[in-house]
Design a protein around this ligand. Structure first.
Ligand SMILES: *Cc1c(COP(=O)(O)O)cnc(C)c1O
Length: 215
């Protein structure tokens, strides 16, 4: 695949779903990719990237940000409390807000800086014990608590169980967002981003289909 093919598939999925062209943000997931592949995609015009690890992103993105105007970085991997300050300084959006202690820390950091990244609450739609995310039953309370802290919530994010059909998870996430008055839906990866768009995704996170296999 290439960036242009993925963009074409995304525009076609938008059209099939009756969504406006360009209404879904393509996050190119560049974690663990060789720098040459990332630079090639930057030269093709892609500006929104996703990374999983704060340290990896902090090591490679400042130079590209200086060289390519308009880069936006989204943290899509789990965030440890002790990396929250670095994350808030580096990222434009964080998709892995998943616990009260992190919400409190982000609220404090946001107040101190006078700005906070866009935030997505990660939901463990499959209730998988090894996976991060707020459990569906706890979500409404968590969203209310985040709002009580003054956090700017943009939406919800999920990573469905690998062995299952993703569509019921996407639909469930869309329903949870709607009932909480949240417009953003970060869902869909290389293998299922078109199904995610059909279910209402506003942000799809596509890595290997754009860049090839990871190191
Ligand atoms: C790595 C990753 C992706 C991209 O996965 P691909 O299958 O390579 O598209 C998307 N979302 C999250 C949370 C990831 O960790």
């Amino acid at each position: 695949m290439s960036l242009h093919e993925i963009e074409a598939r995304l525009r076609a999925a938008e059209a099939r779903a009756g969504r406006a062209a360009g209404s879904v943000t393509l996050i190119a997931v560049s974690k663990l990719q060789p720098p040459a592949r990332i630079e090639a995609v930057l030269r093709q015009g892609q500006r929104v990237f996703g990374e999983n690890y704060v340290q990896e992103a902090a090591a490679k993105w400042p130079a590209w940000r200086a060289a390519f105007a308009g880069v936006k970085l989204h943290l899509i991997g789990p965030l440890q409390g002790n990396k929250a300050k670095a994350a808030v300084e580096l990222f434009d959006a964080i998709h892995s807000l998943d616990r009260p202690s992190l919400a409190e820390r982000l609220a404090r950091l946001g107040q101190a800086r006078g700005a906070c990244p866009e935030l997505f609450v990660q939901v463990n739609t499959g209730r998988e014990p090894q996976k991060a995310g707020v459990l569906p039953a706890d979500l409404d309370r968590f969203v209310a608590d985040c709002r009580g802290l003054g956090l700017p919530l943009s939406g919800l994010m999920c990573i469905p169980p690998e062995a299952e059909d993703a569509t019921p998870h996407f639909s469930a996430l869309a329903a949870m967002a709607a009932r909480n008055g949240l417009g953003g839906l970060s869902m869909g990866m290389s293998s299922d981003f078109e199904a995610a768009v059909a279910a209402g995704a506003t942000h799809v996170r596509v890595g290997s289909a754009i860049f090839g296999p990871r190191a």
